[in-house]
Design a protein around this ligand. Structure first.
Ligand code: F0G
Length: 433
């Protein structure tokens, strides 16, 4: 991994830099793409004075907001490498999610050691809150009048909540009929203006990017480099939980627009450059087979950018044209990672195993576990590997898919039992002593 020019000189201010043409912008500019070449910008920070300690033993961030919420945040404790100049942050608080083991899930994947980082335990039920606290804080600092996103549901729910906390109007664009019930309920209830678009996520994103350019609305999608800064903390928190000196061999996560894959890559790159990590875990990005342009690109050495028409039961990752393609490619290259595609049946099977273990997740999240099983069976992941799986969203996000699965003929279906109001009916179901 290349450890050069990842940090600015100590004492300087963070700035936005174009990774393609090196043009720089002030950190306060509300821009996501390079005005010269169109590439997505990234944030560079000054090298922290305390080096690896900024990640390995971060100081609490209690003074960053008036309410004190940020002191409990798993994002703002890393503020030196997220947004060092932040004050008055908009925090729920987010992060500090559980990292658990399940023997049933481990066995199903076939790897020697599996742990699960449950990002569905964030305040709005998905990992998006980690990026949104940073983006909405930045939006407030830039004087934004309104903030908008395109979404398959979770970003919309998260933006709606954080914008409400900040007192900013939010506009969320979602593909009509393709968003899970829980997410739509959240975005509506938190008070965002919900726009049901006659189109897929990819067309929603194109539309909101145009609205941002033409109308000056602050853009909260993961093309926004501050979203990436917040999401990096998933990796750092996870490495703190495994112990910085014993990182897992692999970190697996579901992939759609590739913002999170890019964030994970940047987190590992910076941690390695600071000397915080003895070795870099390999990233495994997992897509649904019906929405797998990145997996197809990987098969061909990323020779060209792939776009597909996306279809999958995992509606969160129903994305055909991933906006953070280059960020994703860099993350896979730099970590010697891999990309897999798994079928909807494999995703629903994995979800049923995770759910029945008492952990639970939404369909897209289960792709990470399904991908680990698939690559273990193909021998890409070794039998003695240590693996961390990221579950990105909560079980209750998509109740309809869960109920449909358990009413069907799947091997793990657990259909409800209809009874008359009669004790004998229950006696029949109680295991005898
Ligand atoms: N898992 C879940 C539950 C998601 O909601 C998403 C993305 C991903 C994984 C993929 O992450 O896009 O960074 O590669 N959801 C976005 C949304 C697109 O609008 O909520 P990614």
């Amino acid at each position: 991994m290349n450890a050069t020019t990842l940090f600015l000189d100590p004492g300087s201010e963070s700035r936005l830099v174009c990774p393609a043409c090196a043009l720089a912008y002030p950190a306060g500019a509300p821009v996501s793409e390079c005005e010269s070449c169109g590439a997505l910008l990234e944030v560079l920070h000054p090298r922290p004075a305390d080096g690896a300690a900024a990640l390995r033993s971060p100081a609490p961030a209690a003074a960053l907001d008036a309410s004190g919420a940020a002191g409990a945040s798993g994002v703002w404790r890393y503020h030196q490498l997220v947004m060092p100049a932040a004050t008055d942050v908009v925090s729920w608080p987010e992060g500090r999610t559980p990292f658990v083991r399940s023997e049933a899930v481990r066995q199903w994947t076939g790897v020697a050691d599996l742990r699960i980082k449950h990002e569905g335990m964030n305040p709005t039920g998905s990992f998006k809150d980690r990026g949104m606290t940073a983006a909405v804080t930045h939006a407030v600092h830039t004087g934004a009048r309104a903030i908008a996103c395109a979404s398959t549901g979770n970003t919309a729910a998260s933006l709606a909540a954080y914008a409400a906390i900040a007192g900013l109007p939010a506009l969320v664009l979602v593909p009509e009929g393709k968003v899970a019930t829980g997410k739509l309920a959240q975005a509506t209830a938190y008070g965002a203006t919900v726009l049901l678009v006659d189109g897929d996520f990819d067309s929603c994103l194109e539309l909101v990017r145009a609205a941002s350019r033409e109308l000056g609305v602050y853009l909260a999608n993961s093309v926004n480099p501050w979203r990436i800064e917040g999401q990096k903390t998933i990796a750092w928190e996870l490495l703190g939980q495994t112990g910085w000196d014993s990182p897992p061999d692999w970190i697996a996560l579901p992939a759609g627009a590739l913002g999170n894959t890019g964030a994970l890559g940047k987190a590992l790159r910076e941690a390695h450059a600071l000397g915080a990590l003895p070795r870099v875990p390999r990233i495994l990005s997992v897509q649904a087979a019906g929405a797998a342009p990145f997996a197809q690109g990987f098969e061909h050495g990323f020779a060209e950018r792939v776009r597909v028409h996306a279809e999958t039961v995992a509606s969160a990752i129903r994305i055909g044209d991933p906006a953070s393609w280059e960020r994703g490619v860099r993350a896979i290259h730099e970590t010697n990672g891999a990309v897999a595609a798994v079928s909807d049946d494999e995703i629903l099977d994995a979800k049923a195993v995770i759910d029945a273990a008492g952990i639970g997740c939404e369909p897209a999240s289960a792709a990470s576990v399904a991908g680990v099983r698939a690559l273990r069976s193909r021998g890409v992941i070794a039998a003695d590997a240590t693996v961390a799986c990221i579950l990105t969203g909560h079980l209750l996000k998509d109740p309809d898919t869960t109920i449909a699965y358990h009413g069907g003929s799947g091997a793990r279906a657990n259909p409800p039992v209809r009874i008359s109001a009669d004790l004998r009916e229950i006696r029949r179901l109680v295991p005898s002593a």
